[in-house]
Design a protein around this ligand. Structure first.
Ligand SMILES: [Cu+2]
Length: 386
């Protein structure tokens, strides 16, 4: 009777499990539990190592637990009331030291070879400097003179649950990194404030971004597509809001993109420090910097978002002496959302300040040169940043 009850209970729980499993099945189908094998030779080798190590662990687990359960069952007390009383077994001990040693060596050799390969950044076709900021990434194409920030583009309304979440919630940006397929791209990874980490699983890259250090990584992407990653080093309140989006395109499309990005734009390679800039150069660069870094709060048209963010149109600071506005942008207003932008270069601050002073109906007429910013930076005791 008791046995029957147990069996019926067991059957019932299996039925419940099956029903719930089928309900979950559609979700499970799309879920990915393993790491991706990715789209670069390195990422595929890393995946291969991971799977090899995984199956070795499975085999070890089967053997170890097999011996354990065999011993538990076959040498249980009811069968052997008198325990064996042996001590030490030299050969057994040597065996269980040597076998793991061999396994470790077998795993270490291919792993070390992949590490060497990962480190070989020679003969690259394109060099991109990646800089982590709280909380965004900046990409600089060192040979093409292209430079931009990449910010999270998921609207606040989705983050506040006022709107349904999009398919790439918190994994989308305004300006993705664009790279060509089939070319060796060398990444120089660093940071400007705290430690971040540039992680793109499909490229097999997770490289620490540390202020004052430049770490290297490389990738040759085989397949055009959109690859997403994120910051992988807890870097403050916005850590979860600085995703990485890389768009890999054909070489021809990449060349077109480079032309589009450099056409009519001030070429970063020619931005010499202390060079006197013309107003139109400053305005052009300033518009871009404003759009990427200020417009989220002060709005594209400079009319702000009352009562949270003041308008910059007809604002007394913007219309006041240029030195005061430079100071404000360099130091921010502690305790308010107006952060300090001291990690921007002198050129960037000069252009964004010039832009605000002559846009949105503001008519300050003056322009600000990088040298002015450098001077104020110095008077505030901030480190140089050209
Ligand atoms: Cu970060």
């Amino acid at each position: 009777m008791k046995v029957l009850k147990t069996i019926s209970k067991l059957l019932l729980s299996i039925a419940v499990m099956l029903i719930s499993a089928s309900a979950w099945a559609s979700e499970i189908k799309d879920a990915r539990y393993n790491m991706p094998s990715g789209v670069t030779s390195v990422s595929r080798e890393v995946y291969g190592l991971h799977m090899a190590a995984f199956w070795i662990c499975v085999a070890i687990g089967v053997v170890v637990f097999g011996v354990m359960f065999y011993s538990l069952i076959m040498h249980r007390r009811s069968r052997h009331p008198e325990p064996a009383k042996f001590h030490q077994h030299v050969w057994l001990e040597i065996t269980w030291a040597v076998i793991p040693l061999i396994i470790l060596i077998v795993i270490a050799i291919p792993a070390t070879m992949v590490l060497f390969k990962m480190d070989d950044t020679r003969n690259s076709d394109i060099v991109i400097k990646v800089t982590g900021y709280q909380w965004k990434w900046r990409y600089e194409y060192l040979n093409q003179g292209i430079s931009f920030f990449s910010n999270l583009s998921t609207p606040m309304s989705q983050r506040m649950n006022l709107e349904p979440k999009g398919p790439h919630y918190l994994q989308e940006v305004d300006n993705p990194l664009v790279v060509p397929v089939g070319e060796k791209i060398r990444f120089l990874v660093t940071a400007n404030d705290v430690i971040h980490s540039w992680w793109v699983p499909d490229f097999g890259i997770k490289q620490d971004a540390i202020p004052g250090f430049i770490h290297e990584a490389w990738a040759v992407v085989d397949k055009p597509g959109v690859y997403r990653g994120q910051c992988a080093e807890l870097c403050g309140a916005g850590h979860g809001f600085m995703p990485i989006v890389v768009v890999a395109v054909s070489k021809e499309d990449f060349a077109k993109w480079v032309t589009k990005m450099t056409q009519g734009k001030v070429n970063a390679a020619t931005m010499l420090p202390n060079k006197a800039w013309t107003k139109s150069e400053l305005m052009q660069k300033g518009r871009q910097i404003y759009k990427e870094n200020c417009a989220a709060c002060h709005q594209t048209e400079g009319n702000g978002l009352k009562p949270l963010y003041p308008a910059l149109a007809q604002d007394h600071v913007v219309l006041g002496p240029a030195a005061d506005e430079i100071k404000l942008v360099l130091t921010g207003r502690p305790g308010t959302p107006m952060q300090d932008f001291s990690n921007f270069t002198d050129e960037e601050i000069a252009s964004v300040v010039t832009y605000t002073r002559s846009s949105f109906g503001n008519n300050a007429h003056d322009i600000v040169q990088p040298a002015d910013v450098a001077q104020i930076r110095k008077s505030l005791g901030l480190p140089e940043h050209t």
